[in-house]
Design a protein around this ligand. Structure first.
Ligand code: AP5
Length: 258
């Protein structure tokens, strides 16, 4: 099943998966040993691109906190909570949204994290406080992480990737003007939606995001290393090459666990 094409991820993007009131168009099948992955790495390293490819391979749900904030930002003004409106301001500047807002949003969607088809978390956790909250939730529910994939890339390549990124406003698929262009100019290959240039991909916001990453998110590398979960992957080359590198390590992990 090509989950990324067919699944609208409504439970994650719209929220309230914890009480089951919003359901996805495709519910991934129950798995005996579901993949539960975190994708770490600087902004623009290619986490979203790899999450889409990994979702197709592994069937687990792609859970991106950035996508939730962007989807919320498109709602009518009167449908946005004060915390969400404030979150939009942080995002536009390239700063991290406060931990309390992020955790409240993830907690409302905890049904997606607990789902028996597994998950690929992209953009969460991003601080030690968020990592501790996730750890506590998973321990309480007696589920464990499979691995934390850390994508590594030099800064100049990261800036190049971010500057040329185009995102589908409908299905959130990610393209690049030269490296991963869409077939129709400005139109998404998957759903025909309009492609746009993210507001936080402006040069001044990119600088702020990279600083926030170094200060708040990079310490998670040691945190997950200490837990024996870290899987470093060189993020150079084409998306398919990086996927192959990731799958090679994951296949070894799965073989070891069997
Ligand atoms: P978020 O949406 O999570 O953004 P990010 O982490 O900054 O990551 P990006 O989406 O920018 O990059 P990516 O690594 O996914 O790269 P992509 O695959 O798109 O968060 C946005 C904001 O929301 C944050 O700044 C913050 O304000 C807020 N936020 C979200 N979560 C939060 C949290 N937990 N706590 C606090 N605040 C939070 O690729 C980039 C480009 O490169 C694309 O154009 C792609 O086509 C291209 N590309 C990808 N792979 C390759 C390749 N191998 N070769 C060439 N080009 C490639």
């Amino acid at each position: 099943m090509d989950a990324s094409i067919e699944n609208d991820r409504a439970a994650w993007l719209e929220g309230s998966s914890a009480d089951g009131s919003v359901k996805c168009s495709v519910v991934p099948p129950e798995r005996k040993n579901p993949w539960r992955l975190i994708l770490l790495g600087a902004p623009g390293v290619g986490k979203g691109t790899q999450a889409e490819l990994l979702t197709e391979r592994l069937g687990a749900c792609h859970l991106s906190t950035g996508d939730v904030f962007r989807a919320a930002g498109k709602r009518r003004d009167c449908d946005q909570s004060p915390a969400m409106k404030a979150a939009m301001q942080y995002m536009r500047r390239g700063e991290l949204v406060p931990d309390s807002t992020v955790w409240e949003m993830v907690r409302e969607r905890s049904g997606c994290i607990l789902h028996c088809g597994g998950f690929i978390l992209d953009g969460f956790p991003r601080t030690l406080a968020q990592a501790e909250s996730l750890k506590a939730l998973m321990e309480k529910e007696k589920i464990s992480l499979s691995a934390v994939v850390n994508y590594e890339l030099p800064v100049d390549e990261i800036v190049r990737r971010l500057s040329g990124r185009r995102t589908c406003e409908n299905c959130k698929s990610v393209f690049h003007v030269t490296e991963r262009p869409s077939k129709g100019k400005g139109i998404c290959d998957r759903c025909g939606g309009r492609l746009y240039h993210r507001e936080d991909d402006r040069p001044e916001a990119i600088t702020v995001r990279l600083e926030a990453y170094e200060r708040s998110t990079a310490p998670l590398i040691q945190f997950y290393k200490n837990l024996g979960l870290l899987m470093p992957i060189v993020a150079k080359g084409s998306p398919d090459e990086i996927l192959a590198r990731t799958m090679e390590k994951m296949d070894k992990l799965a073989a070891g666990a069997a």
